[in-house]
Ligand binder design. Structure first.
Ligand SMILES: [Zn+2]
Length: 510
């Protein structure tokens, strides 16, 4: 019954009855709602309490966790337990190898103020004396007469190793000076010992130090021990090893630099790069090489920047470069490319192992092997390169999606890679002196892995550069049939080796 219905009211009693009935229903509804609200309120209170308790519990847990973190048990490794270093991760090994347990003292690593220093003392009874008389005047070029009065102005002693468990020999060089009869200036004898104070080490000893460090990867402290214990060199320290390496690196630099211009003339060269730690940072040793020459350098970058910094780019312009698929090589301005087929064959083998039902990968393998076989057995002009290229192109056009494992794109990825380098796969069949693989570049820098295992890498950039310089020279020597020791000896005993040093190595076996 609504307000409008009041106008049509005829029987008030009926109306009151109906109103009562409605009121009763509403009362019942109200009471049900009230009890609902009360129930919900009770529930809510319960939840509020529960929430408060949980919050308190969480805060307590957080506090506990942060306390535990602070007191967290230190991870065990070889520095604080009997776990052998070889059981640790390579990264950890390298960090430990190249960091010292000693806390830095804050002092300069050289001699401290007030320290007397101990440069080598002269031997009072040298085994041999060589007199260097003034022969020509360096100012006017006139000869010094034989009967001119010569005065000794400088003596230098040279310590040289003579063999295992043999005392070192001491040679005294006496330098004389005479007054030139023509221009009346003091003419001094030419130096054969270079720039040194009073005692120096002989070329065999210096060669031994460089050889042990660069060729045999022996750490500095062990080289010093070998010199003292085996060759009986008195007071030989790690510092002396460093000095000998740095002095000779300086001397070898013109020879090292000249290798690039010799490589340039060969028209085809391989490149590769490998990671090594320098001062605990992962850096890259790059190698540019051809059968008779090898140039290695270190840089923090694995990209174009490294090649720019080392002045490599201008030497590559007329070269066909054989490499793996590393992207940097394909950004270079070169005459042409050959990708390493050994790498490709390996990558294809992976696909063969993944899916044994398909023949796509093995068909490409077969084609590459055929090309290699033909280049080994047939003269260049008898090889049908066009047909090989056509077969390859047909295979690369195939749809490989049905060979994929669920959710993987291995086939697609390699196919794309092959399509990108399609024109660089058969260069070796067309160009003289281009191999189908990059094995020799990899071989030239494999030694870096040994070096990393022995000593964990390099402590300084200077050390890495020294290594790259000497390694390039000895590797070049080896490729020309000259022993690494002999090449280093020739380099070190030469007063001022020049860029024709490499030219002589190249003609050694002509
Ligand atoms: Zn003169």
């Amino acid at each position: 019954m609504t307000y409008k219905d009041l106008g049509a009211l005829t029987d008030p009693l009926e109306a009151v009855k109906s109103l009562f009935a409605e009121m009763t229903t509403m009362k019942e509804e109200l009471s049900a709602t009230k009890s609902d609200v009360a129930r919900l309120n009770r529930n809510n209170t319960k939840l509020v309490v529960e929430n408060r308790n949980l919050k308190a519990e969480l805060a307590q847990t957080k506090e506990e966790l942060s306390r535990l973190k602070k007191e967290a048990p230190v991870e065990k490794d070889s520095t604080n337990s009997s776990i052998p270093p070889t059981k640790q991760s390579i990264a950890k090994q390298i960090i430990q190898h190249t960091s010292s347990l000693r806390k830095p003292s804050g002092k300069n690593p050289d001699g401290q103020p007030g320290h007397a220093g101990h440069s080598l003392d002269k031997n009072t009874s040298p085994d041999k004396t060589i007199e260097h008389k003034a022969k020509t005047c360096p100012f006017c070029g006139h000869a010094i007469p034989e009967d001119a009065e010569q005065v000794c102005v400088k003596t230098i002693q040279e310590i040289e190793i003579t063999g295992p468990m043999q005392p070192c020999s001491v040679t005294e060089h006496k330098y004389y000076s005479a007054v030139c009869t023509h221009c009346h200036k003091a003419a001094r004898a030419e130096s054969v010992t270079g720039d040194c104070k009073k005692v120096m080490y002989g070329p065999v000893l210096q060669t031994m130090v460089v050889y042990l460090s660069v060729v045999q990867s022996v750490p500095y402290n062990r080289i010093a021990e070998i010199m003292r214990d085996i060759f009986m060199v008195p007071t030989f320290s790690e510092g002396t090893v460093k000095n000998i390496l740095s002095k000779n690196k300086h001397k070898a630099t013109p020879v090292y630099d000249s290798i690039l211009s010799y490589i340039e003339k060969f028209k085809a060269a391989g490149m590769d790069e490998t990671g090594a730690y320098i001062n605990q940072r992962l850096c890259w040793f790059w190698c540019l090489q051809c059968p008779k020459l090898c140039y290695v350098f270190a840089d923090e970058s694995r990209g174009l920047k490294a090649l720019e910094r080392h002045g490599i780019l201008k030497h590559l312009e007329d070269i066909i470069l054989y490499t793996d698929l590393h992207g940097t090589y394909f950004k270079l301005k070169v005459r042409g490319h050959q990708v390493c087929l050994v790498h490709l064959l390996r990558n294809l083998q992976y696909l063969c192992d993944l899916n044994k039902e398909q023949h796509w990968a093995s068909d490409i393998q077969e084609l590459l092997r055929q090309a290699i076989h033909e280049s080994n057995t047939k003269p260049r002009e008898q090889i049908d390169i066009g047909s090989l290229k056509k077969q390859l192109h047909k295979l690369l056009e195939q749809d490989v999606s049905s060979y994929e494992r669920k959710g993987c794109k291995d086939f697609q990825a390699l196919q794309n890679g092959l399509i990108n380098c399609e024109q660089y796969i058969f260069t070796f069949l067309e160009q003289e002196g281009v191999p189908h693989h990059n094995n020799s570049s990899e071989g030239a820098i494999r030694i870096l892995k040994v070096k990393s295992k022995v000593s964990g890498g390099f402590r300084t950039e200077v050390g890495a550069d020294e290594y790259a310089c000497f390694h390039s020279i000895v590797e070049t020597a080896k490729r020309n049939g000259v022993s690494k020791f002999k090449a280093l000896f020739q380099l070190i005993s030469d007063m001022a080796p020049k860029d024709d040093f490499i030219g002589r190595l190249l003609s050694e076996n002509d």
